[in-house]
Design a binder for this molecule. Structure first.
Ligand code: NBP
Length: 474
């Protein structure tokens, strides 16, 4: 009897995933390019389960039962190709490689096709929840051939987070579907964090609250509709005091947000698919602007803002409602994007399944995901969450507060790109008729791009530089 599964790549994620697998009773072979990580894992945690440490990749492969099930948990990009390149000559037809890193979905599609030529199965698998999730139960999004998922289903569903007895793991679809939805999950996470940061900024800059006061506010908000992992940890981060200075830690952290690329990929893909994911894209831009610290310092001395003012009465509650409404829009956009990608690539992704497996384990886990799950149960083909009664009521009820917050932000010069973009999207989405008629008129004027009419079928062109008459362009 060998090991049922192997994990190669034992940095923080791989190590914790291997421990999770072993703790659940599955014998696991472990390997890392640098042996020190393997040794460290066995020395520190070898008694937690049935580990088989391997020094070389050959030893690692030889330790596995067939079909071999190998989780690759190395840095996304070239390292994944390097590891796959080492594994392929050692594997047999029907063996399964599971890439559990944050790989770009187009890389996953390429790798799946290449490995299929060798008779090998490839599961591009999103794993969310950070290091704690990997150890205690992540949300797992496997994508690839369904018959490759079946031999690993028992292990993956057992190590995943469980909510109401349901594992936070399900086969997402073929090809790059798993890594796509993990990317979109991270994009939504970007938007969620940006909205939280804007709420914090408003409560600081407009309402004049201190970090500990805002920590308490978030703690209260976490008892209502906003209840979520991110709101919970926001209150913890804001409530933390820096040991060196005695100040709130958040006040001594440099205000430059970094990014590893999944938010940018989400926005890029959305642009290609033609899906407006304004909250996610604004979140990516806001991080980019935050990183221009030198320019911002210079600009702060030159560019004037409005005269100082105060926030209106009831502002704190209004920010909460605006946050919720903006969050509904961000999720509506993200889910629409996944639906569009599923159609484009023929993946047949079920959005209700995503809402179900994101209720636990992952970074965007929230009470809210139950509402999304219910919306798709009511209407599996729902094109946009804002068309569901629960969500349309939620944003309608919040809209007075939402507008007050965005208005106040504009008046006081507090930037709220994601709040504002979400509200603008809402206003654009809810209008039967918008101003795009003028855009079509302009396009026809300078480029003879033609337009369609509200009262007749067909394409038309106006002879702008002649007598202004209209001709059929069909
Ligand atoms: P890292 O992304 O920091 O990668 C380090 C691992 O990659 C080490 O095991 C390293 O081996 C290995 N590696 C590299 Br780098 N180049 C290699 C090569 N050419 N051949 C073989 N191995 C190579 O690890 P991580 O933070 O544990 O993340 C793993 C994956 O999970 C990433 O895709 C990440 O984006 C994703 N992820 C991370 C989190 C998180 O919270 N950190 C959450 C969700 C997903 P070495 O020890 O020999 O250098």
């Amino acid at each position: 009897m060998g090991s049922e599964i192997g994990v190669t790549g034992l940095a923080v994620m791989g190590q914790n995933l291997a421990r999770n697998i072993a703790r659940r009773g599955f014998p696991v072979a472990v390997h890392n390019r640098s042996e020190s990580r393997t040794k460290h894992l066995i020395e520190q945690h070898g008694d937690e389960g049935d580990f088989t440490p391997a020094t070389t990749i050959e030893e690692f492969v030889a330790a596995l039962d067939r079909p071999r099930r190998i989780v690759v948990m190395v840095k996304a990009g070239k390292p994944v190709d390097a590891v796959i390149g080492e594994l392929v000559p050692l594997l047999d037809k029907g063996d399964i490689i599971i890439d559990g890193g944050n790989s770009y979905f187009e890389d996953t599609r390429r790798r799946g096709a290449e490995l299929a030529e060798h008779g090998l199965h490839f599961l591009g698998t999103g794993v969310s929840g950070g290091e704690e999730g990997a150890l205690l139960g992540p949300s797992i999004m496997p994508g690839g051939p369904k018959d490759a998922y079946e031999p690993v289903e028992a292990i993956l569903t057992t190590i995943a987070a469980q909510v109401d007895g349901t594992p936070c793991c399900a086969h997402i679809g073929p090809d790059g579907a798993g890594h796509y939805v993990k990317m979109a999950h991270n994009g939504i996470e970007y938007a969620d964090m940006q909205l939280i940061a804007e709420a914090y900024d408003l409560l600081t800059s407009a309402a004049g609250l201190s970090a500990p006061e805002i920590a308490q506010t978030f703690e209260q908000w976490n008892e209502g509709d906003l209840e979520s992992f991110l709101i919970e940890i926001t209150s913890k981060v804001l409530g933390h005091t820096d040991a060196a200075t005695g100040k709130p830690l958040v006040d001594v952290i440099l205000d430059q947000a970094e990014q590893k690329g999944t938010g940018r990929w989400t926005a890029q893909s959305a642009l290609e698919l033609g899906v407006p994911v304004t909250a996610i894209t604004e979140a990516v831009y806001a991080r980019a602007l935050s990183s221009r610290k030198d320019q911002r310092v210079r600009a702060s001395k030159i560019l004037p803002g409005p005269a100082a003012g105060t926030a209106p009465e009831g502002f704190v509650d209004a920010v909460r409602d605006a946050l919720y409404a903006s969050k509904v829009v961000a999720y509506a956009q993200g889910f629409e994007q996944m639906r569009a990608a599923s159609e484009e690539y023929d993946w047949n992704v079920d959005p209700g399944t995503l809402a179900t497996i994101w209720r636990g384990g992952c970074i965007i886990r929230a009470r809210f995901l139950d509402r999304i799950k219910e919306a798709y149960e009511r209407s599996p083909e729902l094109p946009n969450l804002l068309l569901d009664d629960y969500f349309s009521d939620a944003v309608a009820n919040a809209q007075g507060a939402w507008r007050k917050v965005v208005r106040t932000a504009v008046d006081l010069g507090v930037p709220t790109p994601a709040f504002s973009a979400s509200l603008a999207y809402y206003d654009g989405f809810r209008r039967e008729r918008g101003p795009a008629s003028l855009i079509q008129g302009l396009r026809d004027y300078f480029g003879a791009h033609t337009y369609r009419r509200v009262d007749r079928d067909g394409a038309f062109h106006t002879l702008w530089s002649e007598d202004g008459s209209e001709v059929s362009a069909d």
